[in-house]
Write a protein that binds this ligand. Structure first.
Ligand code: SF4
Length: 203
């Protein structure tokens, strides 16, 4: 993997857009670098682009993205453009690399792509990171423990507080709007809001 430590935003993004460091480059349509405020107080990190993200080059714009946007805007009272949203891998992983069914990135793909994410975090220096689901949580916390046990508890990545919570896709797959997991996610997000000093409705 290239040394990305000294890269600024422009050169980091240019390197990602041209990257062929892992096999995901063979089936991607676009590289989904990430988007948002480079000075954001909070950073959300998911696992990888899905179909809509691969088509548009933007993170979290499918159904799961709509749920994440509602969490940020209706729940936290922020604009989506106030935060930074990225993934552990920047190209879409699919089952058997067939471009049809999404899957989580495997450890090799995560290892190959992680220097981009590490440098994004270094450049942003967020006050809080929210990891969405297993791949980003496991990578940042260097653990094999699952999200169900880790969510709702503060952890740390290089001195930055990390709040792990469920990935919006997982919530949608498990009951959607009526899912009991939504209560857990809201609980975790309220902890983030408290930490950032944001007003929590009803408190
Ligand atoms: S997933 Fe990451 S490491 Fe792999 S080709 Fe895309 S940008 Fe490069």
């Amino acid at each position: 993997m290239k040394d990305l430590e000294a890269q600024d935003w422009e050169s980091l993004k240019a390197a990602a857009l041209a990257c062929r460091e892992c096999r995901l480059c063979e089936t991607r349509r676009t590289v989904v670098f990430g988007e948002g405020d480079p000075g954001a107080r909070v950073m959300f990190i998911g696992e990888g682009p899905g179909k809509t993200e691969d088509e548009t080059g933007r993170p979290f714009v499918g159904r799961a993205g709509e749920l994440l946007t509602r969490i940020i805007e209706n729940g936290m009272g922020l604009n989506r453009s106030d935060v930074y949203i990225a993934n552990v891998v920047k190209c879409r992983p699919t089952v058997d690399q067939k471009g049809t069914r999404d899957r989580p990135p495997d450890p090799e793909e995560t290892a190959a792509c992680s220097p981009y994410l590490v440098r994004q975090i270094e450049l942003i220096q967020p006050e809080v990171i929210v990891t969405l689901g297993n791949p980003s949580t496991r990578f940042l916390l260097n653990t094999s423990v699952g999200i169900t046990r880790l969510r709702g508890n503060w952890a740390e990545y290089r001195g930055i507080p990390v709040m792990p919570t469920y990935h919006p896709s997982y919530v949608l797959r498990n009951g959607g709007e009526k899912s009991p997991l939504r209560k857990d996610v809201w609980h975790d997000i309220q902890m983030v809001m408290n930490r950032l000093g944001l007003p929590v409705p009803g408190k």
